[in-house]
Design a protein around this ligand. Structure first.
Ligand code: NAD
Ligand code: TYD
Length: 346
């Protein structure tokens, strides 16, 4: 039996990856390391908590002693690092924890991999490390050769981690891979991010805060497709390589918000244009040719279907998001949007 460490497994993509691995590879022992920050939700994992092939450990990946102890105990074969501070707006408010977790934490994990027999390490990164593309050049896409050119403290911290991962490959021969994925959506997405925020606010007849004019473009991928890509990369990917993951699914923010409003039978009057995000990236668009050619990966979920499935999930899982929305998140919401709501970005 192989043991896989999944860091950040109580968050959005990490938890979906744990569920994916359990059904695709039931022979794996899965150990989830998560600090349970505001974005980590232990209730997401409640159905598998008692499984004998699953263990949850509340661990900060920056805590070298705790990480090493767990490596000593479990002797993992693979580490997949999802743990991160992941929200751009929070990074603009306070970058420090992003540098700590996203860069230093990645270094701690890789040091533990090195000192425990050169454990296979996969870094879950983002297309945001490439910066943005102009809105009027739909012919341009991010390839793995696109220069790193970050905009936010979040993307800079992820880029810093990527460079460190590649340095550990070259300098120490640590067996690493990196995936750089576009925006994910699906179940267990924390309601500070665009899609779940808009679904939940619309359900509650609250304003839908669209930054600027809502013309920014993101390349959306259903989370299960991302999980399948990581599964392929950790088993068949070439060491030392970066793989872009995305599905040619570009959408303007405003079109997504309107789609959600209509799907829920609400009024477009809920849409409120607010002051734009500082340094707001215009367009992300991935060229997934490499992962397709080398590993045969293609996205399977069309956006039209995936978004309806996602909306349905939020409608039937109020017990998951209501405690989040009513708790600490409300303070955060006030802090982030208090003086922005009502301001017209037009
Ligand atoms: P998330 O914010 O939903 O979850 C992050 C998880 O990491 C949480 O469970 C949190 O408790 C945990 N965590 C944070 N700091 C930690 C620490 N110091 N030690 C241990 N655990 C810690 O994030 P997500 O959207 O699931 O993203 C997961 C990864 O995928 C991140 O590395 C992110 O950069 C990357 N990514 C996300 C997207 C996206 O669209 N969400 C796209 C591309 C890449
Ligand atoms: P987000 O979900 O934060 O992901 P990212 O910034 O990593 O792409 O935001 C997606 C897009 O939606 C981005 O262009 C910012 C925009 N946005 C809004 O217009 N309003 C909001 O309240 C949020 C959270 C995001």
């Amino acid at each position: 039996m192989k043991t896989i460490f999944v860091t950040g497994g109580a968050g959005f993509i990490g938890s979906n990856f744990i569920f994916h691995m359990r059904s695709a590879h039931p022979e794996y022992r899965i150990v989830c390391l998560d600090k349970l920050t505001y974005a980590g939700n232990i209730s997401t994992l409640k159905d598998i908590m008692e499984d004998e092939n699953f263990r949850f450990c509340r661990v900060d990946i920056c805590n070298r002693d705790a990480v090493n102890r767990l490596f000593d105990e479990e002797r993992p074969d693979i580490v997949v690092n999802f743990a991160a501070e992941s929200h751009v707006d929070r990074s603009i408010e306070d970058p420090s924890v992003f540098l700590q977790t996203n860069i230093m934490g990645t270094g701690v994990l890789m040091d533990a991999c090195r000192s425990h027999g050169n454990v296979r390490f996969h870094q879950v990164s983002t297309d945001e490390v490439y910066g943005d593309l102009p809105l009027d050049r739909p012919d341009l896409f991010f390839t793995e050769e696109t220069p790193i050119h970050t905009s936010s403290p979040y993307s800079s911290s992820k880029a810093g981690a990527d460079l460190l991962v590649l340095a550990y490959y070259r300098t120490y021969g640590l067996p690493v891979t990196i995936s750089r994925c576009s925006n994910n959506y699906g179940p267990y997405h924390f309601p500070e991010k665009l899609i779940p925020l808009m679904i939940i606010n619309a359900l509650n007849d609250k304003p839908l805060p669209v930054y600027g004019e809502g013309l920014n473009v993101r390349d959306w991928l259903y989370v299960e497709d991302h999980c399948r890509a990581i599964d392929l990369i950790i088993h068949k990917g070439r060491l030392g390589e970066v793989y872009n993951v995305g599905g040619h699914n570009e959408m303007r923010n405003i079109d997504i918000v309107k789609l959600i409003v209509h799907a829920l039978g609400k009024s477009e009057e809920l849409i409120t244009y607010v002051t734009d995000r500082k340094g707001h990236d215009l367009r992300y668009a991935i060229d997934p040719a490499k992962i397709h050619a080398e590993l045969g990966w293609l996205p399977e979920t069309k956006f039209a279907y995936g978004i309806q499935k996602t909306i349905q999930w939020y409608l039937t899982h109020q017990d998951w998001w209501e405690p989040i929305v009513s708790g600490d998140y409300m303070n955060y919401y006030e802090q982030m949007y208090g003086d922005r709501l009502g301001h017209s970005g037009r």
